[in-house]
Design a binder for this molecule. Structure first.
Ligand SMILES: C[S@@+](CC[C@H](N)C(=O)[O-])C[C@H]1O[C@@H](n2cnc3c(N)ncnc32)[C@H](O)[C@@H]1O
Length: 223
């Protein structure tokens, strides 16, 4: 039997613990009936599916990683959301949606790929007049980012930092505990142990640099 260690690690379960912040950011927007939402860099879709729970709208999850999109597609099907949620394999650098076609653009953990300023400028044209852009980003250079927002053609509706220990307590520490358990379970499987050591190395790196692993939400409206 093949062991799918990614499934056993199931990091999405821990990522879901941070959905309360997705919800908090979403509640900072005015109510929109059946919004059309684009989630850029959706990954396996933890925030995408939270948005589907929070709205009655249509959501597109966009990412370049087919493996993540396959996982999200499976969840969409299982949850009976195929009518409202779809995925698109495309790079955020190559999006060719119709101008002014989204009420909301959402991006968690992905704007750093394109850069905060370029993301704000490039994605603006896809928003309807008065549409909303919500970005969950690393905490680095928050003050400079806040200054860029009006320069890039948005009003800031609000922003908030996640609590200092949120990523550690809600995500990385539970992941570490899961790794410990799997190490015992697969103690006789060198291949799996190598994968688990690699995962543990990533967590050790986070532990050494906890202050860098903080994040902030920006809630913006197109001017
Ligand atoms: C840190 S993950 C965030 C996933 C998800 N939004 C979340 O918060 O759980 C960043 C995602 O950006 C995606 N990504 C990286 N480069 C990309 C690109 N050029 N275009 C679209 N997505 C990209 C990655 O594949 C990954 O799924």
């Amino acid at each position: 039997m093949t062991i799918n260690i990614e499934d056993e690690l199931n990091e999405d379960i821990f990522r879901e613990r941070l959905n309360k912040y997705t919800k908090k950011a979403f509640r900072m927007l005015p109510e929109i009936d059946k919004p059309r939402i684009l989630d850029i860099g959706c990954g396996t879709g933890v925030p995408t599916l939270e948005l589907a729970r929070l709205t009655n709208g249509q959501i597109i999850g966009l990412d370049t990683d087919q493996n993540s999109l396959d996982k999200l597609n499976k969840k969409i099907k299982e949850k009976g959301l195929s009518e409202r949620v779809e995925t698109v394999k495309c790079s955020m650098f190559e999006m060719d949606f119709t101008d002014e076609s989204f009420d909301v653009i959402w991006s968690e953990g992905s704007v750093s790929v394109i850069g905060f300023e370029r993301g704000l400028r490039d994605w603006r044209r896809f928003l309807k007049p008065g549409g909303f852009l919500v970005i969950h980003d690393e905490i680095k250079n928050t003050e400079e980012k806040l200054k860029k927002i009006p320069e890039c053609g948005y009003n800031l509706l609000g922003h908030f930092r996640l609590p200092e220990d949120a990523w550690w307590k809600e995500y990385y520490q539970p992941c570490e505990k899961r790794i410990e358990k799997l190490r015992v379970k697969y103690r006789d499987n060198p291949k799996i142990l190598t994968v688990l050591s690699e995962e543990q190395r990533k967590i050790d790196d986070v532990k050494r640099n906890l202050e860098l692993h903080r994040s902030v939400f920006f809630i913006m409206q197109k001017k």
